[in-house]
Design a protein around this ligand. Structure first.
Ligand SMILES: Nc1ncnc2c1ncn2[C@@H]1O[C@H](COP(=O)(O)OP(=O)(O)OP(=O)(O)O)[C@@H](O)[C@H]1O
Length: 237
């Protein structure tokens, strides 16, 4: 049985004449967690945007739960239960915390509503105290919690997080890692872009390191541990 949820196959993505992704391929199985690592400018965000249809690859394919979604518009991909937590969190200036969550709330494509308002609140008690604040009035950590909460409110099967803990204080980072672990334990597959190799090694089953838009390393946490020095070199500036 094919257990893959997301498959990226030979993706080539360009901005104008700049060839960014070169035959990029990887696979994420159902219920599993994957990290995507690489130095700045190596093509991580471009990979996520190609998966989401925000940019169109020149060639290659994106499969989700066995379906070729390469040509689908972004909103249709989201309706197939893919949620995105973008770099910079994407808060709306004129919406409160509660409104952000209410606006996003919807059942999954198969009618699953298990991530309702109460469950999101139970996962992020800090947001409970801030429900009537505007999203932009929150601290960076709270904004990230709201961005993740908003993604959970769509009852996704796959959650994609770009720069999951970027710019956050160490204790808040810990909170975010714990939340991502909880999400993963709930059965949602996660694709996480971050630079914290140690946290990712604990959290994720599979790891992909990109260098100049090509897969430089792809392997399990055990294989990552065996090749740690080489991977750290590929990630260091
Ligand atoms: N809209 C764009 N037009 C042209 N070039 C772009 C565009 N977006 C990104 N690039 C270039 O594509 C390359 C890959 O960028 P990308 O944002 O995917 O990298 P990244 O690995 O996510 O890095 P970072 O950690 O800095 O976000 C970089 O050289 C970047 O300058």
């Amino acid at each position: 049985m094919n257990n893959s949820l997301l498959e990226v196959k030979n993706l080539n993505t360009l901005y104008g004449r700049s060839h960014i992704l070169h035959d990029l391929s990887f696979c994420l199985d159902k219920g599993k967690s994957m990290s995507l690592m690489g130095r700045n400018g190596m093509g991580k965000t471009t990979t996520l945007k190609s998966i989401l249809g925000i940019v169109s690859p020149r060639s290659g394919h994106v499969y989700f739960d066995g379906e070729d979604i390469t040509k689908l518009p972004t909103w249709k991909r989201m309706r197939r239960d893919i949620a995105y937590v973008p770099e910079g969190r994407g808060m709306f200036h004129n919406l409160t915390v509660k409104e952000h969550l209410q606006m996003a709330a919807r059942p999954s494509s198969n009618g699953d509503k298990s991530w309702d308002f109460d469950r999101v609140m139970a996962t992020f008690p800090r947001l409970q105290e801030r429900l009537s604040n505007l999203g932009t009035e929150l601290s960076g950590g709270e904004q990230q919690m709201l961005a993740i909460g908003r993604a959970l409110a769509t009852n996704p099967r796959l959650m994609i997080l770009d720069e999951a803990t970027e710019g956050l204080a160490p204790l808040i980072r810990e909170d975010i890692w714990n939340v991502i672990a909880t999400i993963r334990e709930s059965g949602i597959s996660t694709l996480v872009v971050d630079k914290n190799i140690r946290a990712l090694r604990k959290l994720c089953d599979h790891h992909v390191v990109v260098v100049k838009g090509k897969v430089h390393f792809s392997g399990s946490s055990e294989e990552l541990a065996q090749n740690l020095q080489e991977v750290e070199t590929a990630l260091s500036v």
